[in-house]
Design a protein around this ligand. Structure first.
Ligand code: SF4
Length: 240
């Protein structure tokens, strides 16, 4: 099977444990205002690769996957090409290497909860990025409800799948104590969250918007202060 891929990173250190080979899939249905990869949005763009080609490419780095490292598939939205990612992960796991899925969870549908069971069976860790705990704010930020995303987190907990929870801290949008406490409360109800990460908003993707001719909605938003990052980490119970 072939998948549409945006790019690869050979020695990723921020998308899961240890040193990782990261595959960025092409295509995402979300439109997060702070997305720093708007060039991954369009479906059917990027380059086509077979799962075998990607596995072969990634496994060349196997000896470098120290510290619990392995392969992460990110995006774009990897669950939009679930069959391809499932095939890739099966090949990777057959080689004894760990797999992580970096997703927004937007493709999950509680009415068809088992649709991704094949993919999850070959996924060791899910990096789940909850964009906003408040549904109305989530819609404003991403264009979509968070209902299925929260349901996905609950489903992962119910089936015993390990996850890391990630949250981008954006002044004026998510950097709000009430919302952070609500998010902490939700995370506290899940049984398999192994780590929580606060990702401070940054403006590194802004130039991509310029070159793509897309208006950047957060022009006036600055990264959060160190104090606010520490505050969010404390509320969300982030451990060192
Ligand atoms: S889900 Fe990720 S890739 Fe998609 S728009 Fe949001 S930040 Fe960008």
């Amino acid at each position: 099977m072939e998948g549409y891929i945006h790019s690869f990173e050979s020695f990723g250190t921020v998308d899961g444990p240890g040193i990782r080979f990261v595959v960025f899939m092409q295509g995402c249905p979300m439109r997060c205002k702070y997305c720093h990869n708007p060039d991954t949005w369009t479906f059917g763009a990027g380059k086509k690769y077979s799962a075998e080609e990607v596995a072969k490419n990634a496994l060349r780095y196997k000896n470098y996957f120290t510290g619990g490292g392995g392969i992460t598939v990110s995006g774009g939205e990897p669950m939009a090409q679930a069959a391809f990612v499932g095939e890739l992960f099966a090949l990777i796991k057959r080689a004894g290497v760990s797999t992580a899925l970096d997703t927004s969870g937007i493709m999950f549908d509680i009415k068809d909860a088992h649709r991704f069971d094949g993919l999850l069976a070959v996924t060791d860790l899910v990096l789940l990025d909850i964009k906003h705990i408040d549904d109305g704010e989530h819609r404003k930020l991403t264009g979509h409800s968070n209902e299925n995303i929260l349901a996905f987190a609950r489903y992962l907990s119910d089936i015993g799948k390990d996850m890391w929870m990630r949250h981008v801290l954006v002044p004026g949008i998510t950097d709000n104590d009430e919302y952070l406490h609500r998010l902490a409360g939700f995370i506290g109800t899940l049984r398999t969250v192994r780590k929580v990460e606060v990702l401070p908003y940054h403006t590194m993707g802004v130039n991509k918007y310029k070159s793509l001719g897309i208006d950047y909605a957060l022009k006036d938003t600055q990264p959060p202060t160190k104090e606010r990052v520490l505050n969010a980490r404390a509320i969300l119970g982030v451990k060192k």
